[in-house]
Design a protein around this ligand. Structure first.
Ligand code: AKG
Length: 312
């Protein structure tokens, strides 16, 4: 990639409880905002320590239960290159690419999911009924590969498209070690075609790459946050440094969102709404990406009313 524009915005966020009208407008127009010091250094350290603890526990307790109620196979996703023996990790931490559905499986991250700043901004942008759609800790150890260009709602397929993500850096993240790259304003025209080369269910990415002069890189320092719309095109390059790159990513959606149609056959696959419990698949047999229907089950109700009318 030629050198993309770099975004260094300076919205101070240490005491952020709501967005100004100007920031709301900017988010709506560009599809993203950057907040400096969104999480304190203590919060960043606590999250990194918890990630290391979880990974250590997983290695030690591999055949055992681990934290009560946690689904360890679901939580700890080792890097594909490590699994295939193509990359030799320095240590346990460097062997893992992702901790998945962390708010469901790990008490510590369940609390992070209701972080006052993320909750306040999500409610402001999405309305009072907010669900945590998906929670992940994303590790990009040295030598690990890119995450290809995609729009998150290509996975979730929710209507209306009232969903957003916070991507919070835990290490210095720059172009060399795989920081976020985005296409501003690309959230304005719906979900573009995505495909899975060779039926690879892990790689599901934009069929047509964005034009290079539209791409903006977003270097962040530990604690900084990128807030972006669920249909903004984004990507992270491979980590070509000797430095670790860790982040957490929390997706929130309006409780009004519903699963839409199957991208493969165009059929509606369910009218259940965005449920916390219940069926995760929508009988999507003809779809080559059945795996992705799973992602449309929300992890937690964090604010407002559930479909059953329950209030928290
Ligand atoms: O953190 C990364 O490397 C990419 C995260 C991302 O875009 C995703 O998982 O949707």
């Amino acid at each position: 990639m030629s050198s993309p524009t770099t975004k260094r915005q300076k919205n101070a966020a240490s005491d952020l409880t709501s967005l100004t009208d100007d920031l709301v407008r900017e988010y709506q127009q560009n599809g993203f905002l950057v907040f400096r010091n969104f999480f304190s250094s203590d919060e960043v350290e606590a999250i990194k320590n918890e990630m290391s603890r979880v990974i250590d526990e997983w290695y030690v307790e591999f055949d055992k239960t681990g934290e009560e109620g946690a689904d360890w196979e679901e939580v700890v996703n080792r890097d594909p290159l490590v699994r295939q023996g193509k990359l030799k990790p320095l240590d346990r931490l460097h062997s893992v690419r992702r901790l998945f559905r962390i708010s469901v499986n790990l008490h510590f991250f369940k609390q992070i999911a209701s972080h006052p700043k993320m909750l306040a901004i999500s409610k402001q942008l999405l309305g009072d009924d907010v669900k945590l759609l998906q929670s992940m800790a994303l590790l990009k150890p040295p030598g690990t590969a890119e995450k290809k260009w995609h729009q998150d709602n290509a996975y979730f397929r929710l209507i209306p498209n009232h969903l957003l993500a916070f991507w919070i850096a835990l290490d210095e993240a720059d172009v060399e070690n795989g920081c976020m790259h985005i296409v501003p304003k690309s959230h304005n025209h719906g979900v573009d075609d995505h495909s899975s080369p060779d039926d690879d269910h892990v790689v599901y990415s934009l069929t047509n790459l964005p034009e290079k002069d539209k791409i903006v890189s977003v270097p962040l320092s530990p604690g900084d946050a990128l807030l972006f719309h669920g249909e903004l095109q984004h990507y992270t390059p491979s980590n070509n440094s000797i430095r670790m790159r860790r982040a957490i990513q929390m997706h929130y959606a309006s409780g009004q969102c519903k699963p839409t149609v199957c991208p493969k056959d165009g059929e509606e696959k369910g009218s259940e709404g965005l449920q916390q419990e219940g069926p995760t698949h929508f009988d999507c047999a003809p779809c080559i990406e059945p795996k992705f229907w799973y992602y449309r089950k929300a992890e937690l109700l964090v604010s407002g009313h559930d479909y059953g009318g329950e209030h928290i």
